[in-house]
Design a protein. Structure first.
Length: 153
């Protein structure tokens, strides 16, 4: 088989495999972001919507039920270990929630996917660690290393 024929066969197989792989039903799109209010169970954007309302459309918590709120569970993230002149990674992020999974970064930019769909505990699905050189970043960052959040797309 020639190089060209092998290349064509590989590309065809790759395209066929891609076409047969189902995409998620809830892929993030521009239209979905514009209509975030149609999915009040999710928190798809930093402020909840493009208008920046920062409140949920869910009705379960109101002035009568707020007194009954309590901590259901906690999960410990990393990202507090120090590096350089500014010793700690700071977090100024709003978690993103989609279909029972919270996506949240730690102060050094690692991103966690935490399944909270049970309502009884948080289970780590995965963690992405960008392997930040903490000593370097802590020395060159103006006013400390700060992570301001994640986004879906």
């Amino acid at each position: 088989m020639t190089k060209r024929a092998l290349s064509i066969a590989f590309t065809t197989a790759l395209l066929a495999a891609s076409a047969l792989t189902p995409s998620r039903g809830a892929d993030m799109t521009f239209e979905r972001a514009l209509d975030a209010a149609k999915e009040p169970q999710n928190w798809l954007l930093h402020h909840g919507n493009y208008q920046g309302y920062r409140f949920s459309g869910l009705k379960d918590i109101n002035t009568d039920t707020v007194k009954d709120l309590k901590v259901a569970f906690t999960v410990g993230l990393g990202g507090i270990e120090g590096g350089g002149r500014y010793k700690f990674g700071n977090l100024e992020a709003t978690p993103i929630v989609e279909d029972g999974v919270i996506y949240v970064p730690d102060g050094w930019g690692s991103v966690y996917a935490i399944d909270v769909s049970s309502g009884k505990k948080g289970t780590f699905r995965w963690k992405f660690d960008p392997a930040i050189d903490k000593a370097w970043a802590g020395d060159v960052a103006c006013c400390g290393v700060i992570n301001r959040g994640v986004a879906l797309w």
